[in-house]
Design a protein around this ligand. Structure first.
Ligand code: FAD
Length: 335
């Protein structure tokens, strides 16, 4: 699964096709030719007007609204007709965490995006989308207006939440990498009366407070963390403070580093879960806690926190901060 891109580069060869003049243009032309000559199962998926949303074909969705959040992100609401909502199970074959592919019709390229609140009974999906200066699909999506049609396919499983599999889940995100975690928050963590015994921590980092997720997301996360601190902890970080936030008490300036991960995952008690999990002097009466770290964001951040991806977007060995903390590969998932 390709990661969220970093500012400097993309692993998608066809990203250059719009911009490059001269020699680079020839190269881009060759890429484009190859793109059309070599078959690709996903891109050539048919479009269906009447079969339920599925990974095997594209479904036309209508863009209902597009709201600017800050200089490079928008909240985009898509809708598919009710009869096209997948129906296997309860809402509906879409188990968190899942995403959809959005196809840029102009150049026939698709990218995955994460419906923040899943899909509702009316077929609505809300996306928080970042447009990169030379990125393809993000900029294309930002240019779309209400009532325009957009082709999507899915659901695609980003990672599968299973109740009672983990005692602790620690989510670490950067930028729009928070979207899969917000979906988990919305669908699993927050629902009233949830009986889940899992405790969650979300550590999120943005460049500045103006780059934080839109208020719709921030309010829910902050309120819930305040009201249910035993079940959900939230740590917000910025690279630098641009002075845009109403309160400075809600975030820390600086990267999510070893000290920060320790601080946010280390309660006061000496018999805390962290010690139970990683200390060599584990209390013999207490079974080892099952802890998972999920990491999602730009590649440099993934590398610093959990080590780089392996070849062909495999998970690769655990590195970075989580390796320093002694995590095993079973305890770390790079989304
Ligand atoms: C499971 C999953 C869920 C995701 N969910 C979301 C989400 O909810 N919201 C969201 O915003 N994103 C999400 N993403 C990321 C998203 O899929 C795209 O990767 C992202 O939007 C960038 O795509 P793009 O086509 O706009 O940019 P791309 O064209 O892929 O470019 C990305 C970056 O590479 C640079 N670049 C492009 N071409 C070149 C080149 N030739 N040389 C050097 N650099 C270049 C661009 O300037 C840009 O910085 C998700 C990714 C995954 C894997």
């Amino acid at each position: 699964m390709p990661p969220f891109p970093n500012k400097g580069g993309s692993r998608r060869a066809f990203s250059a096709t719009r911009a490059a003049p001269g020699v680079a243009g020839l190269l881009a032309g060759a890429c484009l030719a190859a793109y059309f000559i070599y078959p690709d199962e996903s891109r050539s998926a048919p479009t269906s007007q009447d079969a339920p949303l599925s990974p095997t074909h594209f479904t036309p969705a209508t863009l209902l609204s597009s709201e600017t959040c800050n200089h490079d992100t928008k909240l985009i609401k898509l809708n598919i007709p009710k009869h096209l909502i997948p129906v296997d199970g309860s809402l509906h074959g879409c188990r968190p965490i899942w995403s959809i592919f959005v196809k840029d019709d102009d150049i026939q390229v698709e990218r995955p995006y994460t419906p923040l609140e899943g899909i509702d009974e009316e077929g609505n999906m809300l996306l928080w989308v970042k447009a990169y200066p030379k990125g393809e699909v993000g900029r294309w999506l930002h240019s779309k207006k209400p009532n325009e049609q957009i082709e999507i396919r899915g659901p695609l499983q980003t990672w599968l939440w299973n109740e009672n599999e983990w005692d602790e889940v620690v989510m670490i995100s950067g930028g729009t990498g928070i979207t899969p975690f917000y979906q988990l928050f919305h669908s699993v963590i927050r629902p009233a009366g949830s009986t889940s015994g899992t405790r969650f921590t979300l550590l999120h980092s943005s460049r500045t407070p103006s780059d934080f997720p839109p208020p719709l997301m921030m309010r829910q996360l902050m309120d819930y963390a305040e009201q249910h601190s035993d079940r959900f902890r939230l740590g917000l970080f910025v690279d630098s403070d641009d002075g845009s936030a109403a309160s400075r008490n809600t975030f820390r300036e600086g990267r999510i580093n070893l000290e920060a991960v320790r601080k946010y995952t280390e309660p006061d008690s000496p018999q805390n879960w962290w010690n139970r999990a990683f200390s060599s002097s584990k209390p013999t009466t207490s079974p080892q806690r099952r802890i998972l770290f999920l990491v999602c964001g730009p590649e440099p951040m993934i590398s610093a926190i959990a080590g780089p991806y392996g070849r062909n977007f495999s998970q690769g060995p655990v590195g970075g901060i989580l390796a320093e903390l002694g995590c095993t590969s079973a305890q770390v998932r790079k989304l």
